[in-house]
Design a binder for this molecule. Structure first.
Ligand code: IMP
Length: 197
């Protein structure tokens, strides 16, 4: 089956296609002609994922999904959460976001955090949500060059290095986004909308 992914990011499409397998052909919303930035004004990950999926669905009238991810830090009551991209400023600057996070956590013993991805899928005019969580802790300083966003600060549970020190393959095998996408694929398979993974 064909499924539209509300993203203009070719890396996200490639990663998602590898997880989704051969039964699903992912098409980016950009390929369908939606080249403008899709608005994100929700207060929660679920709201944002739904807003983006509905935006695309209204234009294409085809099965589609959108994802939204946040870093939730326990000692900061779940912040930066839905505001992860713009934590320090509207610029979406990863290094400023990481500096702010380290400042906010200064002197705090509890460094527990998690990445949480929510996917909203619209199919047959019904909405289904899928979630993926990666637990870990926030390091005292950034290390590693791989990945993006908060990867240099995030040490996944069971590891002694940050996500930015893992290969893309290693990260994809444990990531929040991969878990949410796997749940989506399982759902489509159970609903008999795809025959293989
Ligand atoms: P998005 O919803 O995928 O655009 O993610 C929102 C923000 O969360 C990004 O701009 C990053 O700052 C952060 N983020 C999302 N996923 C990851 C990840 O896998 N590693 C590090 N940071 C991430």
């Amino acid at each position: 089956m064909e499924l539209i992914f509300a993203t203009g990011n070719p890396h996200k499409i490639k990663e998602a296609q590898e997880i989704a397998g051969k039964g699903i052909t992912l098409i980016s919303s950009v390929e369908t002609g939606i080249t403008e930035e899709i608005p994100e004004y929700g207060d929660t990950l679920n709201e944002n994922a739904l807003i983006k999926a509905e935006y695309v669905h209204k234009r294409c009238h085809k099965p589609c999904f959108a994802d939204d991810t946040g870093l939730e830090v326990e000692a900061l009551d779940g912040k930066p959460g839905v505001k992860s991209a713009r934590y320090a400023s509207e610029e979406c600057d990863s290094s400023k976001n990481m500096d702010k996070l380290l400042n906010e956590l200064e002197g705090k013993e509890n460094r527990k955090a998690r990445f949480r991805t929510v996917i909203a899928l619209i199919i047959d005019n019904k909405v289904n949500y899928f979630e993926g969580i990666l637990d870990g802790t926030i390091a005292n300083e950034a290390s590693g060059k791989e990945g993006f966003g908060y990867d240099p600060l995030f040490i996944p549970e069971g590891y002694n290095k940050t996500l930015a020190e893992l290969t893309a393959e290693e990260k994809n095998s444990i990531s929040h986004r991969a878990k949410a996408l796997s749940s989506l694929t399982c759902f489509l398979s159970k609903e008999k909308l795809i025959s293989n993974k």
